[in-house]
Write a protein that binds this ligand. Sequence first.
Ligand code: BV8
Length: 245
Amino acid sequence: MPIHLDDTSHVLVLTGAGISAESGVPTFRDAGGLWEGHDVTQVASPQGFARDPILVWRFYSGRRAAMAGVVPNAGHHALVALEARLGDRFLLATQNVDGLHLAAGSQRVLEMHGGLMRTRCSVCDRPAFADTTVYRDKVVPVCGQCRERQREALLRPDIVWFGERLPPGVLDQIAAFITAAGKTLVFIAVGTSGEVYPAAGLVDATREVGGTSWLVNLEASTNASSFDHVVLGPAGRELPALFAP
Ligand code: BV8
């Protein structure tokens, strides 16, 4: 059944790897997922990068290469249509780094965990830059700006790793949206296992302001019991039906 939205409703959507699964992007924690065969702390933490930058760049370069030919699916497009309907009463916070929401045409998007096709310096404060390079094995790129200052600094993927803060302002923008919406808030988590914070805590923040929460997921996630409504099924099928006008 469609979610009832009226002209006061504010919709905050949180997406995880599950919304990109139907585009052929592997999730993290499903069978055959990205974390299989990888120790998370080795490939998605600053300590892991310091210890073995070649391994980390091999992991992220492999994910960049795997994005060739990948396109958004009906789930991404359903969120674009919802944003067009709600305007500034809509906000999309994604844990995904695959860029598929932006590729689909979503504009009010906050990338909580960074972007796979961006690179930044691990030392200086030069802004992150677009970078689709698939670095060949054993190549670790270095920062040219630092080199000009006779400093050796490795470039790193513009990704938020475990134990690292989210990009500045992201959590504040989400909190401001939730507070301003109050009881008119409808929070919808799509394709996420609810394992990673602070994203997994948004359902609790919704309840604190009296909002309503929905989970759209292939299976019951870790925090499924925190949601008012749970819709089990693939996002590409369930989202278009949920937002039917
Ligand atoms: C922070 C990198 C605070 C990007 C990721 C100690 C110190 C500091 C923090 C912590 C700490 N201990 C714990 C924490 C908090 C920690 C955390 O939450 N740890 C967990 C493991 C307990 N969080 C952090 O560290 C965060 N930072 O808290 O900073 C701080 C304060 C001061 C000073 C310093 C720090 C940073 C979190 C970001 C970590 N980076 N990845 C990348 O490589 O992609 S997280 C990683 O997991 C991905 O980003 C991913 O998005 C995220 C969540 O996974 P999901 O997206 O949910 O994917 P998953 O595979 O798990 O699930 C997919 C779901 O989809 C499944 O349920 C499946 O059923 C479903 N599905 C599948 N197909 C479909 C589908 N659903 C619908 N349709 C389908 N077709």
